[in-house]
Design a protein around this ligand. Structure first.
Ligand code: ZN
Length: 282
């Protein structure tokens, strides 16, 4: 662990977290409204995947990735990727960039992580996230939903031990025929227990009572029985769904809810603390 009082040399690569992506910054182009970082892939990756012989660098291609914004300035990565040709078998390949982004993705892993935190924790709209990344709305929407699901699918045990559920609705997009909503379901158990941050459990389309009710319906009865508290945002449909599906759970909307129709999710830790005291003294 570096000493908190020891300053390292200023370094664009670590400052923009490119080292986590297996990249190194080699140049910067700063404009008032955007930044472009030229990077290279650190690992040479020059051994043939077919026969194991060393390849010869042939040429380079540039991969363009939207990265997390710094100071709200959209930051684009132009990654120079080497192409090699095997001197033995003639196989041609390019440097592996999967640490930086999913294959064919247009947004870096850092950019996606920023987007997910922005939506789930900071309550940013998808339009704001797309603006921060400097990409089209659909590009951001598809990538963020896919990343959310990739993280969820990679963790089959995510539903284990959930006792405190958080349900939060997000206006996903304004359309001519009305707004589209996404319901975000998070595990607040670690927050209540003081063991860690909230965990994203699921994202389901819609804001209606049906969206959350359907999600609860899909869970095992034993799992539903384990849920003690449901914290939620300002939509009465959620409360009805909870009462029907989880009659034993404590509804935590009152007394806060009566006075605060829309409760920001950032208040949840405070609220959960209050509920804990409430439950203890009951
Ligand atoms: Zn080869």
């Amino acid at each position: 662990m570096p000493d908190a009082t020891t300053f390292a040399c200023p370094d664009l690569t670590t400052f923009t977290r490119l080292d986590d992506l297996g990249l190194e910054a080699t140049g910067q182009l700063l404009k008032p409204d955007r930044a472009v970082l030229k990077c290279r892939v650190v690992d040479p990756d020059d051994w043939c995947r077919r026969c194991g012989c060393q390849g010869v660098a042939r040429d380079t291609v540039v991969r363009r990735l939207a990265h997390e914004p710094f100071g709200w300035r959209p930051t684009t990565l132009l990654v120079t990727v080497r192409r090699y040709r095997c001197s033995e078998c003639g196989h041609v390949w390019r440097q592996d960039t999967t640490a930086a982004a999913e294959p064919r993705a247009k947004i870096s892993r850092g950019g996606l992580a920023w987007a997910l935190v922005g939506i789930v924790v900071q309550h940013l709209s998808m339009a704001r996230v797309a603006e921060g990344l400097g990409v089209a709305w659909h590009t951001a929407n598809d990538a963020v939903l896919a990343e959310g699901h990739r993280l969820l699918i990679d963790d089959p045990a995510r539903l284990d031990g959930v006792e405190v559920l958080g349900v939060d609705e997000h206006c996903w997009r304004h359309t001519r025929r009305g707004d589209k909503f996404i319901t975000v379901i998070i595990d607040l158990t670690p927050v209540r227990d003081g063991t860690g941050p909230a965990r994203l459990l699921d994202m389901v389309e819609g804001r209606s009572k049906k969206a959350f009710k359907t999600w609860l319906d899909e869970r095992e009865q034993t799992w539903r029985d384990g849920v003690q508290v449901v914290a939620m945002d300002g939509f009465s449909g959620f409360k009805t769904a909870t009462t029907e599906e989880l009659p034993e759970a404590v509804s935590v909307m009152d007394p806060f809810y009566a006075d605060v129709p829309v409760m920001p999710m950032s208040w949840v830790s405070v609220l959960v603390g209050d509920v804990r005291r409430m439950v203890r003294s009951a």
